[in-house]
Design a protein around this ligand. Structure first.
Ligand code: ZN
Length: 112
C-alpha cells in the first residue's frame, strides 16, 4: 500500500476540501547529507501538504506532487462554497427580519 493513498482520499470532480496546500522543504537528519548545511536551497523538497481543521484541531495531509493543482482547486472551491453559504445565511436572516417587521405592522393595524 503506498502512503499517498493513505493520506489523500480518492477525489471526485468538483469536490471541495477545507484548508490550504502549503509547500515545505525539509532536513532529513543525516549528518553527511547536503541538507545539513541548513541553506534553504540545500533542503529536500518541496513537499506539499494540505493543512486543515478537523474538530478544531489543525491537521496535515501529504499531497503528491501530481495532485497539488487538483487539491489546490478543491480548497479554492471549498472557500467559495463557504462564502456562498455565509451569504445565503445572511439573506435568509434579513428575509426573516423583514417578515417579522411586516407581521408587527399587521398586528399593529389589528390593534388600532
Ligand atoms: Zn538530507
Amino acid at each position: 500500500m503506498n502512503k499517498n493513498k493513505k493520506t489523500l482520499p480518492k477525489m471526485t470532480p468538483g469536490e471541495a476540501l477545507p484548508g490550504a496546500v502549503i509547500a515545505e522543504r525539509k532536513r532529513c537528519g543525516k549528518p553527511n547529507c547536503r541538507c545539513a548545511s541548513g541553506n534553504p536551497e540545500d533542503l529536500h523538497g518541496p513537499y506539499y501538504y494540505r493543512y486543515y481543521r478537523e474538530n478544531g484541531r489543525l491537521r496535515k495531509a501529504y499531497v503528491p506532487k501530481d495532485r497539488v493543482e487538483q487539491v489546490r482547486a478543491a480548497c479554492a472551491l471549498y472557500r467559495e462554497e463557504q462564502r456562498t453559504r455565509r451569504w445565503m445565511a445572511l439573506l435568509f436572516q434579513q428575509h426573516a427580519q423583514s417578515v417579522d417587521e411586516m407581521l408587527r405592522q399587521i398586528e399593529a393595524l389589528w390593534k388600532s
